[in-house]
Design a protein around this ligand. Sequence first.
Ligand SMILES: O=C(CO)COP(=O)(O)O
Length: 244
Amino acid sequence: MRKSIVAGNWKMNGSRSLVNEFFTLMDGVNKQAVEVVICPPACFISDFQGVDFALGGQTMSELDNGAHTGDISAEMLLELGCRYVIVGHSERREDHGETNDMVAAKAAKALAAGLTPIICVGESLQTREAGELESFIAAQLDALTATLSASQLAQAVIAYEPIWAIGTGKTASPEQAQQVHAFIRSHLAAFDSNAAASLPLLYGGSVNSANAQELFAQTDIDGGLIGGASLKVDEFRKVCQAAG
Ligand SMILES: O=C(CO)COP(=O)(O)O
């Protein structure tokens, strides 16, 4: 049985008062059935001390330390109590020029340090309409399998986030999402069938309490990576409940 995971990516949103509202998040959520993760801006991570859900960073450096202004290391995230870190979000790829190889290096560094990377992949509308969806995602996955061992891959999480569905209110249909998740799993199976079968695959892109249940019910969808709907505690709790 693969683990169900619902991760909230706050992006560059939130405040200390929003953090305080999230101390009740797990009321009525079945903790045995779903692993809940909040990835706030790094400056708020330590304000979550004592919560009964997991914490994650939104990005990290592939380097250990040094003269890299503004960056944060795996060790620092661990020291703040994180167990997860998002790597390769399309917004990082676009805003900060992160390449497939850089994302793979970050994932490898996270795993070596003992963090679970939530590795994001996903295509733009232009790529999808050009019929290049599978080759585009295959290239993103191939960079990972060129860098990670099979046992490392088995400890990672992959999130499929079609760029055209992020923050647009335009969710992939459950069938569209399932189709890509099945492709990801079968592509990774050529590298290592055990890792491909056991790896949690999350869907992200305009998930909310109204559509979560149907998405999470798909065979190869093991939970979600949630943006906008993770900023309201009542709404996010319902999304977590839909996975458990
Ligand atoms: O990018 C996302 C999560 O990482 C998805 O964002 P939305 O849920 O706001 O579409």
